[in-house]
Design a protein around this ligand. Structure first.
Ligand code: ADP
Ligand code: MG
Length: 686
């Protein structure tokens, strides 16, 4: 056991209570302290003249106590007046001891740090960190002060002190922390050594997060994520998958019955998939394609390869509406080919559920479409050869690992095809999905006219209603999307109901329908069907229609309060129109006044319909955590790396990971454990 594996209570002054607080920060050992990295830095290297402080500024001030009094306001407080040559400021303490009160004797010299704010006596600092100065004491700090993530009851100075102790122990026992990246690789990739990175030198660049030592740590963290994902991939691919080489016959018959021919991009991606399926190694492929790029047909063709190979295919979608729609598509497409398609969702109950499960277990169900219920424990496949997951946001490495068990017969692992309409820039995708191969459908089917988008303030609602009337009179259909105004789904559904009522009244000649998340699956399906068949002119919906809904005759979409949604989500919604050959429109009905930020976002929506450009912009405006969604919490909550700031590092991660795995394979596991913890360290062995 190395010095750094010792529990934190080996340090001076760390008892049970403090250990428990540290444990909340996932700090158990001295080594954990070393890797508890600052969120940011404060500059306490300069003294700010009191006279130059402004409200909202942080800084170190130093001066002489002019007076100290306990004052009674709404709350009793100790008010210390501090002056230097340039001005005077108050330090205010709501919690203070008699001893503290005495420290601030008039004439005493105090140095303190805090944020100035406008208070009752002019500028004030509440509860500053402070120190009484002895005469002749050195001026201020000589380096930037790190600010660490902390927890209730643990102060920054305390945490700094503990980390300082750990660093001292490291200095005395450097061998206790081997550098995870071997020296030849460090030299080749020009990385400073680890120890130097953990001692913070006194440089301005630290505050910007661009110091080489921070960059090394950020790169190392990204590397650890990458290695862990690669490990998952290796683990999955260590199992055998059924080789599926013979889909062509069925596929040709299927394509022949389609009313269109495949785009070049669809064909290219299908080739990539076919090459994966031919091998006895499980495919792990992510297909990115903008809304409307035709991913469903690609999925169907992949499913046919599985069926031709004597296996089952499962198609999973994140919502019931979307799963239902896939089910209908697959059923309509496959029944003429003599292929049985089954449906399974959480809401399927009783005998119907048992029957479906039996058909899945004995192989009668060749394709099964459903929600995540598909991959629950009690569902057994006879021979699952391919799992297709649409809109992968909630499908992470754990789920991918769990899928291995679903191959069942012969202990084979199914091939995995994951599809997403969120176009993530390539470098980011290579980090976020390092366990997956990437295919991109970068072409829309021909004959689509780009949706024209306008932003209209809410007071012009009557014009918008009139516009719906005209579109529907001309035989087209429209969506009205109510976005989340209230946090609660119930209130949101109420709001949608109210909108439906108002629109029904305003448009008496039109048939108006409503779908929202609180309706029963069957009700939703009935409404969607009616809209699809053209029996409804206008569909009022909450954002449940975001994905998948495909009604080519719908050519107008109104989105209420678009300023509340992310760009990618708006783009998804808008993708519901512009699917036919009529000119389509999207009206962003916003509530003024718009912030500069919102105005910029709506501007992007008006200017472009290119999903990749929108995703880039979304990344810029909201950051990668939001855009990648919850699935990537790992990448979104890194300790030091920042996907936005460190974008250029992303390109170096893959080559470094490859080199490390080749030249120092043993280095991988300790790096993963260091940055991602024990659990991730075990992924490789699950
Ligand atoms: P998404 O990629 O958003 O899931 P879909 O698979 O729902 O897109 O396809 C959108 C629409 O485009 C569907 O109506 C589908 O039938 C149609 N489509 C798919 N491929 C083509 C193609 N090559 N040519 C014309 N239409 C196509
Ligand atoms: Mg789709």
């Amino acid at each position: 056991m190395s010095e750094l594996d010792q529990p934190v209570n080996a340090l001076d002054g760390v008892g049970e209570a403090l250990s428990a607080k540290l444990a909340r920060l996932r700090i158990d050992t001295l080594g954990d302290l070393l890797f508890h990295l600052p969120l940011r830095y404060q500059d306490r290297t300069r003294i700010t003249p009191i006279g130059t402080l402004r409200a909202g500024m942080e800084g170190v001030v130093e001066g002489e106590v002019a007076a100290a009094d306990v004052v009674k306001g709404r709350r009793r407080s100790l008010l210390v007046r501090l002056k230097d040559g340039s001005g005077i400021i108050s330090l205010r303490f709501f919690h203070f001891s008699p001893a503290q009160q005495q420290q601030f004797a008039p004439g005493a010299h105090v140095r303190c740090f805090g944020e100035a704010r406008a208070g009752a006596t002019g500028l004030e600092i509440y509860h500053p960190e402070y120190r009484l100065l002895k005469s002749g004491e050195t001026p201020v700090e000589d380096h930037l002060t790190p600010i660490y993530p902390t927890t209730v009851g643990l102060t920054q100075p305390r945490l700094r002190g503990l980390i300082g102790q750990a660093l001292k122990i490291l200095a005395g026992a450097p061998q206790a922390l081997p550098d995870g990246i071997p020296e030849p690789l460090r030299e080749r990739f020009r990385l400073p050594e680890l120890h130097a990175c953990l001692r913070y030198p006194d440089l301005e660049r630290l505050a910007a997060g661009t110091h080489p030592t921070q960059r090394r740590l950020a790169l190392e963290e990204l590397l650890a994520h990458q290695l862990s994902l690669r490990q998952v991939r290796l683990r999955i691919q260590a199992d055998g998958a059924p080789p599926l080489p013979s889909g062509r016959g069925l596929q040709t018959r299927f394509v022949a019955q389609l009313p269109f021919s495949l785009t070049g991009a669809q064909r290219r991606v299908l080739d990539e998939i076919a090459r994966d399926l031919e091998t006895a190694q499980p495919m792990l492929r992510l297909v990115q394609g903008d809304v409307g790029s035709g991913k469903t047909v690609v999925a169907a063709l992949a499913a046919l390869a599985a069926i031709a190979g004597g296996c089952q295919a499962a198609v999973m979608a994140p919502t019931e509406i979307l799963a239902e729609q896939h089910f209908r598509n697959f059923r309509d497409w496959f029944t003429p080919l003599g292929i049985d398609v089954a449906w399974l969702a959480g809401k399927l109950k009783g005998k119907a559920r048992l029957d479906t499960k039996a058909a899945i277990a004995d192989g009668r169900a060749q394709v099964v479409v459903g929600t995540h219920a598909l991959f629950q424990e009690d569902v057994h496949f006879q021979r699952l050869g391919l799992a297709i997951v649409d809109e992968q946001h909630r499908f992470g490495v754990h789920q991918r690992l769990a899928l291995r068990q679903k191959g069942e017969a012969g202990g084979l692992t199914p091939h995995q095809l994951i599809m997403t309409a969120t176009p993530i820039p390539r470098t980011l995708a290579m980090s976020a999905y390092a366990d997956l191969d990437l295919s991109v459908i970068d072409e829309l089917p021909p004959g689509r006219t780009p949706v024209q988008t306008v932003a209209v303030p809410d007071e012009r609602r009557p014009e918008v209603v009139e516009r719906i009337r005209r579109a529907c009179d001309a035989g087209r259909q429209a969506y009205w999307v109510c976005t989340l105004i209230e946090e609660s789904e119930a209130l949101q559904c109420q709001a949608a109901e109210a909108t439906r009522d108002a629109l029904t009244e305003a448009l008496p000649a039109l048939a108006v329908g409503l779908v929202h998340g609180r309706m029963k699956a069957a009700e939703k399906a009935a409404v969607m069907d009616a809209f699809k068949r053209g029996e409804l002119d206008l569909l009022v919906a909450t954002t449940v229609i975001e994905v998948g809904v495909d009604v080519p005759n719908a050519s107008l979409m109104i989105i209420e309060n678009p300023e509340r949604l992310g760009l990618s989500q708006l783009h998804q919604l808008r993708g519901r129109v512009g699917r036919g050959d009529t000119e389509s429109f999207c009206v962003l009905l916003y509530r003024p006044p718009l912030s500069a930020h919102s105005r910029e976002r709506l501007g992007v929506m008006r200017e472009t319909t290119d999903g990749f450009r929108i995703a880039e912009k979304d990344l810029e405006l909201r950051g990668p955590g939001e855009v990648l969604g919850t699935r990537q919490t790992g990448l979104a909550q890194m300790k030091i790396a920042d996907l936005e700031r460190d974008r250029d590092l992303l390109e170096r991660v893959s080559p470094l990971a490859r080199a490390l795995l080749e030249e120092a394979p043993d280095a991988s596991a300790p790096l993963i454990r260091r940055w991602l913890g024990e659990e991730a360290g075990r992924y490789g062995q699950v």
